[in-house]
Design a protein around this ligand. Structure first.
Ligand code: SAM
Length: 299
């Protein structure tokens, strides 16, 4: 079976056994959250989550290239009035099995509507946990640079003496900054909070993330022609993003309806000419019209 550029029906733990070791550059995925949406796609009890996930994570470890990255979109649910600790347990277990917990990003859901419960406010963000096999992994930071922003005009127009030298952290963290380094620059590196609206136009799957989310990580951790795997592909968002950016994809889902939906979305996706995808990107530029257009420019 040809796995590359395909959406495969099946349990990712089984399907991945036939995928060669060290063959994937990026795994980007959002697995079923514990106990959520039981009706829709079979939630797992929070207490069983780590046991359910780890055999799959072992396969992810095997198929990922040593230079590759695994990004896990997840959020701990509330159980019995407190946040369940299965995500924390999962991170600890992943470390025991050899993964490095390299970084964590926050997805701030920009379009969240107001809400309130007796003891908490609306959940407005999710974790994107980055794991790696090795300390040295491929990362293309220039690909996600953002316009310097309005603050620079005022802040950089009148620099103090401190701004012109390295200003060491006052809390002794070892970090420092030299504000004058940014004079004359149009683009700067982003931080680890990603502000992006949730996807609401896709009514056929209940947990779709915006195309811009996988697209951002695909650009950060891969180059054209690299391979991106989403082992819980759902409606196909990661594959669509990969295709638009000129990367290969592999998607897996246990649900036939979602496999069909993913394939359909892929068929409707325009493939950019080689070399064009990378140049068309406008980091953080919100799209206005086309619903399927990436919020990060992966059109
Ligand atoms: C949170 S959804 C993914 C949504 C996706 N990110 C999107 O944008 O549409 C998780 C998906 O995992 C699938 N799934 C659940 N268990 C699975 C397994 N063992 N192997 C593969 N897919 C599985 C579910 O059918 C569901 O579509």
């Amino acid at each position: 079976m040809n796995y590359l550029d395909n959406i495969i029906l099946g349990d990712c733990e089984d399907v991945l056994k036939d995928v060669p070791s060290d063959s994937i550059d990026l795994i980007f995925t959002s697995p079923p959250y514990a106990d959520q949406r039981q009706q829709t796609y079979g939630g797992i009890s929070p207490d069983d989550y780590v046991d359910w996930f780890m055999p799959k994570a072992d396969q992810f470890f095997r198929v990922l290239k040593p230079t590759g990255t695994f990004v896990l979109n997840i959020k701990e649910r509330v159980a019995n009035g407190e946040r369940h600790v299965y995500v924390i347990d999962l991170i600890l277990e992943m470390r025991k099995r050899g993964w490095l917990w390299t970084e964590e990003f926050v997805w701030h859901k920009k379009n969240s509507y107001p809400g309130k419960w007796p003891n908490r406010f609306r959940d407005n963000w999710e974790r994107l946990i980055q794991f790696n096999r090795h300390k040295k992994f491929n990362m293309y930071q220039e690909a996600v640079m953002v316009p310097v922003g309005g603050w620079a005009k005022h802040r950089l127009s009148s620099l103090s003496d401190t701004d012109k030298m390295r200003d060491e952290s006052r809390v002794g963290s070892g970090f420092g900054k030299n504000v004058s380094n940014w004079v004359g620059r149009d683009m700067v590196y982003p931080n680890n909070v990603i502000h992006m609206a949730t996807e609401s136009s896709n009514k056929r799957h209940s947990a779709v993330f915006p195309i811009g989310l996988p697209a951002w990580f695909i650009r950060l951790f891969t180059q054209p022609s690299d391979t991106v795997l989403d082992p819980f592909i759902g409606s196909g968002s990661t594959a669509v993003a990969a295709l638009r950016l000129g990367r290969h994809y592999i998607g897996i889902d246990t649900n036939r309806e979602y496999v069909d939906l993913s394939r359909q979305r892929i068929q409707n996706t325009q493939i950019p000419l080689p070399g064009v995808a990378e140049h068309r990107e406008i980091p953080y530029a919100a799209s206005s019209s086309d619903k399927e257009v990436d919020h990060n420019g992966a059109t």
